[in-house]
Ligand binder design. Structure first.
Ligand SMILES: C[S@@+](CC[C@H](N)C(=O)[O-])C[C@H]1O[C@@H](n2cnc3c(N)ncnc32)[C@H](O)[C@@H]1O
Length: 233
């Protein structure tokens, strides 16, 4: 058995690029500073549940205006790695917030040789913030952040989709997945965040992707607050 010598040029992982590391480091530090806001948010959700109230995308976005609630660093690393392993060139993201997940995806797209991350957020201040953060990370050429409700902004993401992140208003996970399904191909990956904390709202979503009749193979990972990892069959 022959042993391959290490290649002369070290392979690239843009997550180790100093500009990317610096922006992600700052954004995660800012996220840690939002702990009291997150506690307040949990209270709002508990009150909705106790009073039998249903939020809307607009109410949810207003509550999250000053909170990033991003994928955590392990989830970020995982989505980067999977985007690399499938060679993702077009990634669609429902719920961009400050751009933390977007930066992980854009790093993968750049390392895959080019492509686009189509992000979207309904909250204009988040869109501006995400665009600035992506630029600062040096990844602006790989990202388009669309402002508005994902039900409209993601109608045409521009071509076949290799990877999707569902991380916006939870009641829209199934409608957004159905909107994008015609653009998925065998091997496309769909991540959905917050499965455990929104288990009531997301139970139909999990049932949908875990039902083989709907064309996915899917497993819930105990990562972050629950990550549904689905592959298009
Ligand atoms: C959990 S945050 C996204 C975090 C981001 N994916 C990350 O990892 O950095 C959810 C975002 O979804 C946005 N959002 C909620 N409903 C939306 C909708 N209908 N269309 C677009 N964005 C929406 C909110 O404004 C909020 O910024």
């Amino acid at each position: 058995m022959s042993v391959q010598p290490p290649s002369a040029a070290a392979p690239t992982c843009s997550l180790d690029d100093p500009r990317v590391r610096s922006v992600l480091g700052r954004l995660y530090a800012e996220t840690r500073g939002q702990i009291f806001g997150i506690a307040g948010l949990s209270f709002e959700y508990a009150r909705d549940w106790a009073l039998g109230r249903k939020a809307t995308s607009e109410i949810e976005a207003a509550r999250l205006r000053d909170l990033y609630v991003p994928l955590n660093p392990k989830q970020g690393r995982l989505v980067y790695q999977i985007a690399r392993s499938i060679g993702a060139r077009r990634i669609v993201e429902f719920g961009t917030s400050a751009g933390i997940s977007t930066i992980h995806f854009a790093a993968a797209v750049r390392d895959n040789g080019g492509g686009i991350v189509v992000g979207t957020d309904i909250e204009p201040t988040k869109v501006a913030r995400a665009r600035a953060n992506v630029e600062q990370a040096g990844l602006g050429a790989y990202v388009e952040v669309r402002e508005g409700d994902a039900q409209q902004t993601l109608v045409d993401p521009g071509g076949p989709v290799d990877l999707v992140l569902l991380d916006g208003f939870k009641a829209l996970y199934i409608p957004i997945l159905k909107l994008l399904t015609p653009l998925l191909h065998t091997g496309s990956v769909v991540f959905a965040d917050n499965i455990f904390i929104f288990w009531r709202t997301l139970r139909p979503y999990v049932a949908y992707v875990q039902d083989p009749r709907n064309g996915f193979s899917s497993v819930t990972l105990a990562l972050g607050t629950g990550t549904e990892y689905s592959v298009r069959l």
